[in-house]
Design a binder for this molecule. Structure first.
Ligand SMILES: [Zn+2]
Length: 273
């Protein structure tokens, strides 16, 4: 009954319900690449962090802002803004603590995957714009689920955030979790969502982007096969593809990343075995 009343109220007043009800929270980790969970102490209708919209959730009757902290975030105090239905804006602060991410050095035999040529760069820029568009999706019709199962049975590395060197050249830090498994191992959706896009990309190989709603988006790379089409609704545990070694890899594995407010955060904070 309460749900029906809320829905009716939402229809009458589009500014009424903006926090989505969730059944669990991710693990809070106030470090670069982590997730900050901040109690709003109000009924906020919208929130922003670094100009990006952030997720507001209702968990057991309390409203929280769930914020993805970028890997390049400065250590110290950060602020978010919250807005209420009457337009009042308030600021909330949270502290980001230091985390040491060590270096990882990898050897790639395909030199073009380390130093792409001009044609490759045109392709890479086009693909990264395409993926960015999917990462900035904001779908309020989906109810995010934070309690995820690992998408593949395999050896989970703790490689998120590592400072990477390919053939001794510095590159962007590792923005996901690598799970090693033999080629052909099934990959399952770790949580319900909608297939936002699929593609065959220069670095990421065969790729799927799943939208779980309210800015929670996951990415699956280097797949052998993609078993779902864009726009398809998938449930937790449904097979979406198979492990492969397409794109820039040193062997078969799944690269899995989680995005919140278009920020890559540590997938380990979402796995609940
Ligand atoms: Zn990876």
């Amino acid at each position: 009954m309460r749900r029906i009343l809320l829905c009716c109220a939402a229809l009458l007043c589009p500014f009424f319900v903006h926090a989505v009800e969730v059944t669990s929270l991710p693990v809070a980790s106030n470090v670069p690449g982590g997730v900050a969970i901040v109690e709003t102490a109000m009924t906020a209708t919208e929130g922003h962090y670094r100009n990006d919209k952030i997720m507001l959730v209702d968990f057991e009757g309390t409203q929280y802002a769930i914020i993805g902290i970028p890997l390049n975030a400065a250590i110290g105090e950060h602020s978010l803004t919250l807005e209420s239905a009457d337009g009042t804006k308030v600021t909330r602060l949270f502290t980001v603590q230091d985390k040491l991410y060590v270096e990882q050095r990898l050897t790639i035999t395909n030199e073009r995957q380390v130093n792409p040529n001009n044609d490759d760069m045109v392709r890479i820029n086009r693909e990264s714009a395409e993926m960015n568009e999917a990462f900035s999706s904001w779908d309020e019709t989906l109810q995010p689920v934070f309690a995820m199962r690992a998408p593949v049975d395999g050896v989970r590395s703790s490689s998120f955030g590592l400072k990477r060197f390919f053939n001794e050249q510095p590159r962007a830090p590792h923005s996901g979790m690598d799970i090693a498994a033999p080629e052909g191992t099934p990959i399952y959706a770790p949580a319900p969502g909608v297939v936002r896009s699929t593609g065959e990309y220069f670095f990421n190989g065969n790729t799927i982007i799943l939208d779980h709603g309210h800015g929670l988006i996951s990415l699956y790379c280097h797949m052998n096969t993609i078993d779902v089409a864009p726009g398809t609704r998938v449930e937790a545990g449904e097979q979406i593809g198979k492990v492969g070694q397409t794109g820039r890899v040193t062997g078969p594995h799944l690269h899995w990343s989680i995005n919140l407010n278009n920020v890559r955060v540590d997938p380990a904070l979402f796995i609940q075995d």
